[in-house]
Design a protein around this ligand. Structure first.
Ligand SMILES: *[C@@H]1O[C@H](CO)[C@@H](O)[C@H](O)[C@H]1NC(C)=O
Ligand SMILES: *[C@@H]1O[C@H](CO)[C@@H](O)[C@H](O)[C@H]1NC(C)=O
Ligand SMILES: *[C@@H]1O[C@H](CO)[C@@H](O)[C@H](O)[C@H]1NC(C)=O
Length: 300
């Protein structure tokens, strides 16, 4: 092969790896969710999580919360791709587990809601000593942590025909983007730039302030209340498609330019969903690994 051909091949591969919008909550979104979650772990859960993480992350769960996005393109993990989202019928603005939770071949449970139930029950069985030893519990923890983030990204529970906004090409201020990517990344990155000196730490502190004694502090008990995990997870998916309809899709058409008005009115929703994801991930991990060993009623 000539140099040009090699160049094209390499370029093609690089583009394939970086195709925008094919990923989930950006790195920033997942990192925030996992950092919030880890800060809310009780001692037993904190210890169990640290034991499952590889040494090189030094106990920091958030360092690997994007792992499921990095590996989904590998042949071995291709089956995990549908676990990042749910396609719901166009314009219905509802989620029904038995109708919507399947992959493109119709295999049941292969969606983000099914995955959260699956990996929670794997971790719960492991905790109770009844797990299947062939399963990798480090992977289960990373998948769970990632997917609890994803299910809170409203457009990960979006319409089928536009692939959760991925095919709605538009401009975000002057940049080319698409609606899905605006919610995954653009809003978070611009919020960091405009309000937090590009410092994720400052944004994290603001989120934490808002749920400890700020605008959301009264809501936290209801966010994290959960007895039957299966119902709770379905509820989170329903919240997402409703926010998607009322805020993400609303007034948006392909080819438009979204700017200040959209940014200012949608940013609070992005932040709230990130906080909810973190608080709920902590709730799951505390229930699974907590001292009480109560666990959930029928996790899967
Ligand atoms: C549950 O996990 C197992 C093993 O990791 C996997 O084979 C199966 O496809 C998963 N199902 C879902 C819905 O996540
Ligand atoms: C579990 O999965 C992680 C991530 O894929 C891998 O690095 C590790 O070697 C696996 N552990 C076992 C015991 O297979
Ligand atoms: C926290 O709440 C204040 C209002 O009290 C709001 O201005 C700010 O944007 C919120 N921050 C985040 C990250 O949600």
């Amino acid at each position: 092969m000539g140099r040009l051909a090699w160049g094209c091949l390499v370029m093609g591969f690089v583009m394939f790896l970086t195709v925008p919008g094919a990923l989930a909550w950006s790195k920033e979104g997942h990192e925030l969710t996992c950092r919030i979650a880890q800060s809310l772990l009780e001692a037993e859960a904190e210890e169990a999580v640290k034991k499952l993480l590889p040494d090189y992350v030094e106990g920091d769960l958030s360092a690997l919360c994007v792992w499921p996005d990095r590996i989904r393109i590998l042949y071995k993990y291709r089956w995990t791709s549908p676990l990042h989202y749910i396609n719901t019928p166009d314009n219905e603005c509802s989620f029904d587990y038995s109708r919507d939770c399947h992959n493109a071949n119709g295999v049941k449970d292969m969606c983000v809601a099914g995955a959260i139930k699956n990996f929670t029950s794997q971790l719960q069985d492991y905790r109770q000593g009844t797990g299947d030893s062939r399963l990798n519990m480090t992977e289960a923890l990373l998948f769970l942590s990632h997917f609890v983030g994803d299910i809170h990204q409203p457009l990960h529970v979006g319409f089928t025909s536009d692939e959760g906004g991925n095919t709605i090409a538009l401009r975000w201020f002057r940049r080319k983007s698409n609606l899905h990517h605006v919610w995954d990344k653009e809003i978070i990155v611009d919020a960091l730039k405009d309000y937090y000196e590009k410092d994720l730490e400052l944004l994290l502190e603001d989120l934490q302030r808002n749920y400890t004694d700020g605008i959301w502090s009264d809501d936290v008990p209801s966010w994290s209340h959960c007895e039957d995990l299966s119902n709770c997870v379905d509820g989170w998916a329903k919240e997402s498609i409703q926010v998607a309809c009322r805020w993400a899709y609303k007034g948006v058409e392909a080819g438009m330019t979204l700017s200040d008005e959209y940014f200012n009115t949608r940013m609070p929703w992005v932040m709230k969903r990130i906080a909810q994801g973190g608080i709920r991930l902590a709730m799951i991990l505390n229930q699974v690994f907590g001292a009480s060993q109560e666990g959930f009623v029928a996790a899967a």
